[in-house]
Design a protein around this ligand. Structure first.
Ligand code: URA
Length: 262
């Protein structure tokens, strides 16, 4: 059967199904609708290459997800609006596999804002960042410098978020396109919370906000992000795997404490 015959056979079958009352077509496997092609209207005039009825296939225009994210983020006037705009954002595939949207925890008025990577399994279940083993270690680290996410006063409080609000499958590291797509929301999050100091936990937030990785070299060195002093540190999950690095993490916590005093 040539391709034109296949087309008319398929079309007749489809029309028959519609007559029987079928309204929706579903498949056995999921469809990535962002990668779909657009079928242009059937041309009116026939040519030898394109007989009447031959659909013309063209590639769908690519969605500029970071640009859409930027527009959505910029229109958010406060943290609640930002959370709503992120939850309504449909261009990050991770959203489909995640159980929860994880926005933030702690005190938004805190002097210190901590940026992690992405929710893990526990965070995905709880809908809050840093609640698993790494989060418990983070709480103990903060306690050691008399700080914590539950503190009411801005001086002792921290505000916590992640680069990504949805859990990547099997806790894999976020990829570059996911980071770039969600970065406008993170930048807006920082602008709206307006902390005095930013702490970046591990490579992913360094990649997002500084454009580079290499936490072993970068940790402990104060840099500037969005006009604010910023301290890259080892991620608590790394410290769980490499307890020897807690010495450096302690030095960084003391540096943070000294900066807050100064
Ligand atoms: N690791 C992160 O970076 N963020 C979380 O919320 C949990 C684990």
């Amino acid at each position: 059967m040539d391709s034109q015959n296949t087309y008319w056979t398929d079309r007749a079958l489809l029309e028959w199904q519609v007559e029987l009352g079928v309204t929706d077509a579903i498949l056995d496997t999921p469809v990535d609708r962002y990668a779909l092609e657009v079928v242009k209207p059937v041309p009116k005039a026939a040519t030898p290459e394109k007989p009447v009825g031959t659909p013309e296939i063209v590639k769908a225009p690519d969605v500029d997800a970071p640009a859409l994210a930027r527009t959505a983020a910029q229109t958010a006037a406060d943290l609640d609006a930002l959370s709503g705009a992120m939850q309504a954002f449909e261009h990050c595939e991770l959203k489909k596999g995640a159980r929860s949207f994880v926005f933030s925890d702690g005190n938004p008025a805190a002097r210190v804002m901590i940026v992690g990577e992405a929710p893990g399994r526990e965070e995905d279940r709880a809908g809050r960042p840093f609640v698993g083993r790494a989060g418990q270690l983070l709480d103990r680290m903060l306690e050691a410098i008399q700080m914590g996410r539950a503190a009411d006063n801005a001086a002792q409080a921290v505000y916590i978020t992640n680069v990504l609000p949805w859990r990547p499958p099997s806790n894999r590291a976020p990829d570059a396109s996911e980071i770039a797509m969600m970065l406008p929301f993170l930048e807006r999050h920082i602008a709206l919370a307006d902390p005095e100091i930013i702490v970046l936990m591990g490579n992913t937030p360094c990649q997002a906000l500084l454009g580079r990785t290499g936490i072993t070299r970068m940790r402990g060195e104060w840099v500037e992000v969005l006009g604010k002093p910023c301290l890259p540190m080892f991620h608590p999950a790394y410290l769980l795997r490499n307890p020897i690095a807690k010495r450096e993490a302690w030095a960084d916590l003391l540096s943070l404490k000294a900066r807050l005093r100064g």
